[in-house]
Design a protein around this ligand. Sequence first.
Ligand code: NAP
Ligand code: MG
Length: 472
Amino acid sequence: MKAHDGMYTDGAWRAPAGREVIEVVNPADEQVIGAVPAGTAEDVDAAVRGARAAFPGWAATPPAARAERVAALRDALAARRDEIAETVTAELGAPLRLSQPVHADLPITVAGTYAKLAAEYPFEERVGNSTVYQEPVGVVAAITPWNYPLHQIVAKVAPALAAGCTVVLKPAEDTPLVAQLFAEAVDAAGLPAGVFNLVTGRGPVAGQALAEHEGVDLVSFTGSTAVGRRIGALAGGAVKRVALELGGKSANVILPGADLARAVNVGVANVFANSGQTCSAWTRMLVHAADYDEAVGLAATAAKKYPPGDPRDPATRLGPLVSAVQRDRVRGYIERGVAEGARLVAGGPEAPEGLTRGYWVAPTVFADVTPGMTIAQEEIFGPVLAVLRYEDEEEALRIANGTVYGLGGAVWAADEAAAVAFARRMDTGQVDINGGRFNPLAPFGGYKQSGVGRELGTHGLAEYLQPKSLQF
Ligand code: NAP
Ligand code: MG
């Protein structure tokens, strides 16, 4: 798609306040594929004013009419499904075989869930002698990352619109093209002017100005824990609502008696999908001592099925990382793992063979990882799996819960009840039991430092509502 040179505010594409642009780079070949304006505080202010002005009218629009517009937005996205996939493949580097079913179809599904929920949700309830109204929070600042760029936009904007909020979006600077495509879909869906606004730009400039703008009532942020912490502090200081979707270091716990080959193969696929750039990825595989050597062998063999290559090739399963910064960061972690004594059984810090241009990292598996190592504690955000050994279930639980994070996870066991019992003791927001698949209606969000609040389904909608009680 062709990049816009303006911001989408108050229902139209408008010239930015400044002249600076952000070049968009294809991470597979380092070619510049477009440029978008680098927004300033002035652009943010104009967008927030537009959103404020549109708020009373949108908040007063009946839920069924809001539902119709969200359904139209879903349809506008669905009509451009292939273009969405190609855009995400070009600016993020995700293989097309992932971009189509995940980067395009998942957000289309999520938009559809909110069209339905907007129509069905109980926005008014009787409680004793009270009527409780669920009213929209107001103007929402949505700040999103690049790793699932359209999904993360839709997971905030669709429920916000369904709730009756108006929105200003600041997408990641690495993936602004799919955000512009999303604004075009909003425009095509016939939402009233000012209900949705897009300001492209850099985090410390446009993002910061948006998070601290006094015209914003709720900041919904997805990204790093470092930036999330600052946004949480800013919002707290201003007594604004805040939702934070941060990092993870999720555990894939394989209990004795589980189908080892399946648990390891699904686990490896989970970590290497999207080049490991998934906040809920199962980056720590926990295996019982009796199964450990076999699991390491299976993981090393599985890694060979992910040769990095051209993301546009339908056979490719592993693309590049999003940027040179991320590639260098991930390779740094691999070097750190080696230095701290972990054993490389696949991959390593060197560029994969034959790939000189682009931001590549070899699919990497570490064995003999111990819980205190940096690669067992910090979010790497690359195709790097750490396999850890445990002697009994209590130790497995200690290791699983032994990080500052708690976003996703998995448990595999011969007996489903045993897996559930273990999962209930894990300090984390989601656990997939014996390969249970992703549910776009289930609440998604973090325990501990993985975040505050939940996205998706009714829990995601409730984030954008505030109750008002009238007594009779
Ligand atoms: P990030 O800096 O936290 O970026 C997330 C979003 O916040 C982007 O839109 C970013 O803009 C914006 N931002 C940055 N600084 C800001 C500030 N001071 N005020 C307001 N907004 C600001 O994350 P990143 O640098 O892209 O990635 C770094 C690491 O974060 C990754 O390696 C990974 O560990 C983690 N991460 C986690 C997730 C997740 O889903 N939980 C997603 C992405 C990254 P710019 O794009 O202009 O920086
Ligand atoms: Mg890029």
